[in-house]
Design a protein around this ligand. Structure first.
Ligand code: HEC
Length: 154
């Protein structure tokens, strides 16, 4: 390996320190991270909605958008560790997130399932099923926001 044992040691150090990282990361950075993922998910939704509303006719990227939503949502509960609520930092996450964490987690699992079904419809090329399932995904976003986010716009 180029760089030899020194680089190797550095690599191990990064791995060892890296694992409990989320707990040690600064709260504002964790919030910024999860808000950025949410914005990315919203951009996927906007792209797909243009197709669902028939303003854009090319359906070739629908599966990619749906898969991105599925893959991102599954891992998101980790980015809501304790200590990142509005008592500690600026965030739109309500305290209910930590008071009812299992419910919060299952709302993410619901989004994961719904976007998986959306990806399946896209892969089958079933436009009617896709358009109907898109509503279910949008509802999965909205229903979590109603309960767990301070403002429930968008
Ligand atoms: C399980 C709950 C949950 C689900 C599901 C969910 N969100 Fe969120 N979302 C939140 C919470 C909580 C916040 C506030 C995060 C913060 O400020 O720390 C948020 C914030 C946002 C924001 C604002 C980001 C910013 O810049 O502050 C957008 C946009 C958003 N979500 C879009 C979506 C979309 C689109 C979906 C569905 C594809 C979705 N969310 C699914 C809980 C959820």
């Amino acid at each position: 390996m180029r760089g030899g044992p020194f680089l190797m040691k550095r690599f191990l150090l990064v791995v060892l320190i890296g694992f409990p990282a989320l707990a040690a990361d600064r709260a504002p950075d964790i919030v910024k991270y999860r808000q950025s993922v949410m914005k990315a998910m919203a951009a996927h939704m906007t792209s797909m909605s243009l197709v669902v509303k028939k303003q854009v006719s090319d359906r070739s990227q629908l599966a990619a958008h749906a898969i991105a939503l599925r893959d991102l949502s599954g891992g998101l509960p980790k980015f809501f560790p304790r200590g990142t609520g509005s008592d500690k930092t600026k965030t739109a996450a309500k305290n209910e997130v930590w008071q009812r964490f299992p419910e919060f987690e299952s709302a993410f699992q619901k989004l994961e399932r719904e976007s998986n079904a959306l990806a399946d419809a896209a892969k089958r090329g079933d436009a009617n099923a896709f358009d109907a399932q898109f509503e279910n995904v949008a509802n999965a976003c909205a229903s979590c926001h109603r309960t767990f986010r301070v403002r429930d716009s968008d």
